[in-house]
Design a protein around this ligand. Structure first.
Ligand code: KG4
Ligand code: ZN
Length: 356
């Protein structure tokens, strides 16, 4: 059994986890998550400097709790991992310096993990996850991306959002409807009582310079603006804002766009397995629509466990355990952090002389 202690501090959750694997079976021994949502909600979104300070305050306690709850002695841990890119730089530094200090003091290997690879590795905790090539739809607050994943974690980004990420659109529309932060869970809750067919909101596309549209890319800022205009129009007319109908119509259109483009991409790429991960993957409308539409095309869908969709350290630990299968995938202790690093460049994190 291989065991990893993992740290996630890329945004507004301070999380530490102890995970293990035996062959293809992955297990969580502890996964402590201290959410900072209440610290940021009054500002309507994450305040980077505040988030970094909170990580500094919380991490020692979260770390102690994760080790205690795992009932695993620190000496038994095979490696320590932390998210090092992408994310809020000040926040990433807190996790990275803690992980590297532990590795230096206790002579353990260090693995810097790409946050998006962490999200897609949350699928390793589900039953019958795909072992060969698959397509990942990663939908979070910071990213909306279609990623082709080959064996040995060779990853290629096939499409992404050119403006707002899907989760960001949920958060902005949530704020606009007065539902607070984060908008995703609040919109999902209120949309349950709404009529999703009442408003016809746009499915925005990105123009291709060669003509037509980019078929695997996304744009959500036009959709957010359409909701804003709709609310303004109803306000001018003096009507009451039908919040649940707007929320339901918005949620439906986001799910339709994500499902249509993902299934087309999987078919054209010849991939039979689709993995859906990230905070927005917790959305039940998206989960149900993806399963029902994919089954019509004989595509298998693997959904991240709901409790592992939003940021957590267990998924970072799973990514590290997977990388540990290949001896050469260990990071230098000189590795720093990067606010932006495309998923295609995740191998930078295992170079002897890392570029940052
Ligand atoms: O993956 P995550 O925790 O953080 C990033 O890496 O960005 O995702 C957070 C995002 C937020 O934008 C939040 O509104 C969205 O995921 N989210 C949801 C739901 N739960 C969280 N969006 C739609 N429906 C949900 N149930
Ligand atoms: Zn995330």
């Amino acid at each position: 059994m291989r065991k990893v202690l993992a740290i996630e501090t890329s945004c507004d959750e301070t999380s530490v986890s102890v995970v293990s694997n035996v062959g293809d079976t992955y297990k969580i021994h502890s996964n402590i998550i201290a959410s900072q949502i209440s610290d940021h909600s009054k500002w309507g979104g994450v305040v980077p400097e505040l988030a970094a300070r909170k990580h500094l305050e919380l991490l020692p306690f979260v770390l102690a709790e994760a080790i205690k709850e795992s009932k695993i002695n620190f000496d038994e841990i095979d490696a320590v991992a932390s998210t090092v890119a992408p994310g809020l730089v000040g926040c990433l530094r807190v996790g990275s310096i803690t992980a590297r200090s532990l590795c230096t003091l206790h002579s353990k290997p260090f693995l810097g993990i790409h946050h998006l690879e962490g999200h897609l590795s949350s699928i390793l905790f589900s039953e019958n996850y795909p072992k060969k090539s698959f397509l990942t739809l990663l939908v979070s607050g910071g990213h909306t991306e279609l990623i082709r994943v080959e064996e040995k974690r060779k990853m290629q980004s096939l499409g992404k959002s050119f403006d707002d990420a899907a989760g960001e659109a949920f958060d902005k529309v949530g704020r606009l409807l007065g539902l607070g932060y984060p908008g995703g869970p609040a919109i999902e809750r209120i949309a349950k009582n709404g009529n999703s067919g009442r408003f016809n909101l746009p499915k925005c596309k990105i123009s291709d310079k060669q003509g037509g549209f980019l078929k695997y890319d996304f744009s959500f800022s036009g959709l957010k603006t359409a909701v804003l205009r709709l609310v303004e129009k109803i306000n001018i007319e003096g009507g009451e804002i039908p919040i649940s109908d707007i929320a339901a119509s918005f949620e439906r259109v986001v799910a339709e766009v994500l499902v249509e483009r993902t299934i087309n991409c999987a078919r054209e790429q010849g991939l039979d397995d689709v993995v859906v991960v990230g905070g927005v993957a917790a959305n039940n409308t998206l989960r149900k629509m993806m399963i029902s539409e994919a089954s019509k095309k004989s595509i298998r869908v693997h959904l991240a466990p709901i409790n592992l969709c939003t940021d957590n350290a267990a998924m970072i630990g799973a990514a590290a355990l997977f990388r540990l299968k290949f001896k050469e995938h260990i990071s230098s202790l000189k590795l720093g952090v990067s606010g932006r690093l495309p998923i295609d460049r995740a191998t930078y994190l295992y170079e002897e002389n890392p570029p940052f």
